[in-house]
Structures are given as C-alpha cells and as structure tokens.
Design a protein around this ligand. Structure first.
Ligand SMILES: NC(=O)c1ccc[n+]([C@@H]2O[C@H](COP(=O)([O-])OP(=O)(O)OC[C@H]3O[C@@H](n4cnc5c(N)ncnc54)[C@H](OP(=O)(O)O)[C@@H]3O)[C@@H](O)[C@H]2O)c1
Length: 276
C-alpha cells in the first residue's frame, strides 16, 4: 500500500528529472500541496507550479527541512552547492540523490555526518513513466527510509537495489546510458531499411516498434534472452544470416566494450566531482 499520500516531499532542482518525478508522484497519490521544490529559475518554478500546483521556492529553505524525504535533482556539478544549502535547513528525512556519479561519502561530507543517504540512478524513459532506477542505500539507512526511496523512484518506473555502491557505475553504463544505445541501434536499422528502398517514416516505425515489441516480449516471457533469440533463428534462415553477420563483426564484444567504457567514465566523473 503506497504511503505517498502521507509524505512531505522536498525536491532540490526543477529540471527534466524533477518534472518527471513530480508528475509520477502526483499520479501515484502524492499530494501536490505536500511537495516543496527549490529551483532558482523563476520560469521553471512557474511552469511546475502552474502544471502541478506544488509549492516552489527560489532556494532551499525551512519548508524542505521539514520534509520526510528530499530528492537532490541538480546536475552533478551543482550537488556540492545544493548540499551546502540543504545542510543549513535539513531536518531528519532521508536524502535521495539522483545526481550521476556523486559518491555517498562525498554527499555525507557535504550534508553532515549521519544523514541517511540513498543514491538513485534513473534513466530518461522516466519521462514517460517507463524508467528503471538503480538504488543504493548508504550504511545507516533504515528499512523504512529505503522503502520511502523506492516509492519515490517507483513513481517513474521500476527499481532495482544494488548492495555495492560501485555497481551504480554499472547501472549508469547499462540503463542510464542504455536508451542511447538502443536509439543508435534503431537508427542503424532505420537507415538500413531506407538504403534498401523503404520510405523514412515506414523504416522508423519498423525499427522502433520492433524494439518495443521485442522488449515487451522479453519482459512478459521472463525466459533467457538467448532462448527467445534462438526461437526466431532457424538454421540457414533469414535471421540466421543477419545474426551471423553481427557475430562476424564482433557486435557483442563491441557492446561489452561500450558498457565497460561507460562504467569507467562514470567512475572518473564521481572522482572528479567529489574532489572538493
Ligand atoms: N536526465 C537524465 O536522463 C538523468 C538520468 C539519470 C540521472 N540524472 C541526474 O539527475 C540530475 C538532474 O538531471 P536533469 O536532467 O533533471 O537536470 P536539469 O534539467 O539541468 O535540472 C537541474 C535543475 O536544478 C537547478 N539547480 C541548480 N542548482 C540548484 C540549487 N542549488 N538549488 C536548487 N536548484 C538548483 C538547475 O537550475 P539552473 O539551470 O539555473 O542551474 C536546473 O533547473 C543530474 O544529476 C543527472 O545526472 C539525469
């Protein structure tokens, strides 16, 4: 049973992710009047207040300090500054940071020792309620605070807990960056269809709906992905010919390398932004 209706929720930063979260939270039962947003840009504040009738403030203030949970939704380079503001006004609620790369030790240093911190890594399909977020709870976070964090991110999609903070870099590389890999793959499929004579609109639809349909099938069946692939790959057939070409060109190792490169970059960014 969702407790969203009982929670006072603070949000620092009123950008894309915050807008998606606010929409999802209200849709799932959170009270708009119990959402306190801090966002310096007057236009952004006005847009979100106009659309959702939440409370908005130009900076972090006591209203956010009284919240059961505060979501930090600013760009990584602004987390240090925003944490400093939150340090002054913070109450006892859990802080949920969705900032890419910023480590919980650095957040704790900036927010004050002992603050319950959950890190979350959402992805852009959150904008249509179909995101997936990796979550990590720093030591000392209670089961109740974990449940609150999962409910907040659950408002924009599925959630998965990791018990090692380093794995959030892998989440970043797989599902955070993942939509871009699939756009790249769909783009290539679309271009290939156009090259072979299809109209652009039809080619786009074939590529995108195939991606959505394959994902839907995989989610619904729960079978190993290899079994689903093998079922549509009869030896000597058309799919077989296509997949053989992908194998010959080392596409699977290339994807593995891409995920490793993105994981390494997420780790580097964490070190870079957490330095001061
Ligand atoms: N978008 C994604 O796909 C995605 C996925 C996973 C994680 N994330 C993470 O989510 C975070 C937010 O991303 P976003 O795309 O929503 O960013 P965004 O659109 O740039 O939103 C951040 C907002 O926070 C405001 N802000 C900056 N400093 C502030 C402060 N001290 N107090 C209050 N507000 C402040 C910014 O205002 P100004 O513009 O005036 O600076 C901006 O409006 C990032 O850390 C990102 O890494 C995003």
């Amino acid at each position: 049973m969702s407790r969203l209706a009982e929670l006072k929720i603070g949000i620092v930063g009123g950008g894309n992710m915050a807008a998606a979260l606010i929409g999802g939270l209200i849709e799932r039962g959170a009270r708009a009047s119990a959402i306190e947003l801090a966002e310096p840009d007057e236009g952004a504040r006005a847009r979100l207040v106009g659309r959702y009738a939440i409370h908005a403030h130009p900076a972090v203030n006591a209203a956010l300090g009284h919240c059961d949970a505060v979501i930090l939704a600013v760009k990584p380079q602004h987390v240090h500054g925003a944490s400093g503001e939150l340090r002054v006004h913070r109450g006892s609620g859990v802080v949920v940071s969705i900032a890419a790369g910023i480590r919980s030790v650095d957040l704790a240093r900036w927010l004050a020792p002992g603050v319950p911190i959950v890190r979350a890594m959402p992805n852009t399909p959150a904008l249509i309620g179909q995101g997936i977020s990796g979550l990590f709870a720093a030591p000392g976070v209670t089961p109740d605070e974990r449940a609150i964090a999962a409910e907040l991110l659950g408002a924009v999609g599925t959630t998965v807990w990791v018990d090692d903070e380093a794995l959030l870099d892998v989440v970043t590389a797989v599902s955070g960056s993942g939509p871009a890999y699939f756009f790249y793959f769909m783009e290539a499929l679309e271009d290939a269809a156009v090259r072979l004579g299809m109209a652009r609109d039809a080619a786009r639809l074939l590529a995108v709906q195939t991606c959505a349909g394959a994902a839907g099938l995989a989610l619904q069946s729960g079978e190993p992905l290899a079994s689903l692939r093998e079922r549509v790959t009869s030896k000597g057939g058309t799919t077989f010919a296509g997949l053989e070409h992908l194998r010959l060109h080392q596409v699977a190792p290339a994807i593995s390398g891409a995920v490793t490169a993105a994981t390494d970059r997420a780790r580097e960014l964490g070190v870079e932004f957490g330095r001061d």
